[in-house]
Design a protein around this ligand. Structure first.
Ligand code: HEM
Length: 457
């Protein structure tokens, strides 16, 4: 079959052409539940003109994460981002150019670079929470979304945007966000109003960044931000070793922002919600840890101090396990491949299938994570160490295309939560909210939280 003999995975029956697309457009969460209950770890769903094969659980996922791009490719499934990121970057370019552009991302996020971003994270967090009163009611989701937009502006987009153009750029980025609806995944160029607005906003962002980049290049002024790293970067083995163009820099900045902003603010929200809801496992031990960290490192939230926060680290990882913001990671099968389920059934996934793994669904498998719905940060420590199994924990993806921004994200989230732990108590006024599975990046539904200012130290 396609060069390899064998049986194809079972096809989810009863989904008409348009029905599959509608189900997908509404968010595939329910579809995953139904498919897993009926067919188990591997099944195929016809979605409009495509076939999507789902792989559920660590046993059937190794090829997905390990295979090279010539076998499991990203561009065909993520190219719906091209009108948002722009031409000439990431999923609009061939693999060898993309690899170099990802190298530039990686170089903008090395340990030394991260050390320079940490004071910017903490400064933004301290200034933001200084504006809260002594007590009040907030929704973490809204608060962290605003704060992470500010820190992203400062550390990624640069001082000019953060200090002079913030409202204008934030509005334009919001327009890009609104232009990414579930339907865009299949029809990114459909002439619907959100797409038209996306294109207008994208053009305006290009113009703003072109001016900023020209200014920096002509004045020779340098800043501690990812923008500066991209201005300084050069291709090595492609494009004649040239520097990035203004348009490419704008595209890469938008790509990093899309990868990192909502994912980070949502993970901060879930972490704070779970820590406040399960005080004994979350807020209280994490506050105790803050005292020990201050005794060891002093009051400054330095890179080393943040790296030392193991209790907080586990709380964040556990929140990210229960609610990873990316419901699906996808590839395109350029070659057929074989999967064998834990029951020993073997299937051949054919060439040209879209292949999808769901971090959310995988994290809820009780044979991998015991009591999967319960907030238990201790599952990350001995003797449990449930995340240690290969391809079990997928909050930041795994394998060849695991998240490049993981350390950046964790340092940012820890900075924000540390400022909160040191200055506030929280009480949830609503039950822990459900996740909003119908959005593109999955976050909590509304949840009111009462805060009271107090000094921990
Ligand atoms: C890839 C999650 C923050 C940049 C990924 C993937 C996941 C993920 C699941 C794998 C996608 C796949 O396999 O197709 C997260 C979460 C974050 C976060 C949960 C926050 C809590 C960030 C930040 C940045 C970033 C802050 C940049 C500053 C990237 C990039 C990739 C990626 C560039 C693509 C890597 C590749 O394809 O080789 N992320 N991410 N992420 N992430 Fe993150």
């Amino acid at each position: 079959f396609n060069g390899i003999p064998g049986k194809r995975p079972p096809v989810f029956e009863g989904i008409p052409y348009v029905g599959g697309l509608l189900k997908f457009a509404k968010g595939p969460w329910k579809l995953l539940h139904e498919g897993y209950a009926k067919y188990g770890e591997v099944f195929t769903v016809p979605v409009a003109h495509k076939r999507v094969t789902f792989l559920i659980g660590p046993e059937v996922s190794p090829h997905f994460f390990k295979a090279g791009d010539e076998e499991m490719s990203q561009s065909e499934v993520y190219d719906f981002n091209v009108p948002t990121f722009g031409k000439g970057v990431v999923f609009d370019v061939e693999q060898k150019v993309r690899t170099e552009q990802f190298r530039m991302f990686t170089e903008a996020l090395t340990k030394n670079r991260l050390k320079a971003y940490v004071p910017q994270f903490t400064r933004e967090a301290e200034e933001y929470f200084a504006k809260w009163g002594d007590s009040g009611i907030v929704d973490f989701r809204d608060e962290f979304s605003k704060l992470v937009t500010l820190t992203a502006a400062r550390t990624l987009l640069g001082r000019e945007v953060r200090e002079q153009l913030f409202d204008q750029v934030a509005d334009l980025l919001h327009g890009l966000d609104e232009g990414m609806v579930p339907l865009s995944v299949f029809f990114p160029y459909l002439p619907i109003e959100p797409h038209k607005k996306r294109d207008r906003c994208r053009k305006a962002l290009s113009e703003i960044f072109a001016k900023i980049i020209q200014n920096r290049r002509t004045s020779g002024r340098r800043e501690e931000d990812v923008l500066q790293q991209f201005i300084d970067a050069r291709y090595q083995n492609v494009n004649g070793g040239r520097a990035l163009t203004e348009e490419e820099i704008t595209g890469l900045l938008i790509a990093v922002l899309f990868a990192g902003q909502h994912t980070s603010s949502i993970t901060t929200s879930w972490s704070a919600i779970f820590m406040a809801a399960s005080k004994d496992k979350g807020w209280l031990p994490a506050a105790e840890e803050q005292k020990a960290i201050v005794a060891k490192h002093g009051a400054e939230l330095s890179f080393d101090a943040l790296m030392d926060m193991e209790v907080l680290h586990r709380c964040i990882n556990e929140a990210l396990r229960i609610h990873p913001p990316l419901l699906l990671v996808m590839r395109y099968a350029k070659k057929p491949f074989q999967v064998t389920t834990s029951q020993g059934k073997s299937y051949i996934v054919p060439k040209n299938d879209v292949v999808a793994v769901s971090p959310n669904f995988s994290h809820m498998l009780p044979h991998v994570f015991k009591n999967p719905e319960s907030f238990e940060p201790e599952r990350f420590t001995k003797p449990r160490e449930e995340q240690a199994r290969n391809y079990a924990y997928l909050g930041f993806g795994a394998g060849r295309h695991a998240c490049i921004g993981q350390n950046f994200a964790l340092l940012q989230i820890k900075s924000i939560l540390s400022v909160l732990l040191r200055n506030f108590e929280f009480e949830l006024l609503d039950p822990v909210p459900d996740a909003d599975y119908e959005s593109m990046v999955i976050g909590p539904k509304a949840c009111r939280v009462k805060f009271t200012r107090r000094k921990l130290l």
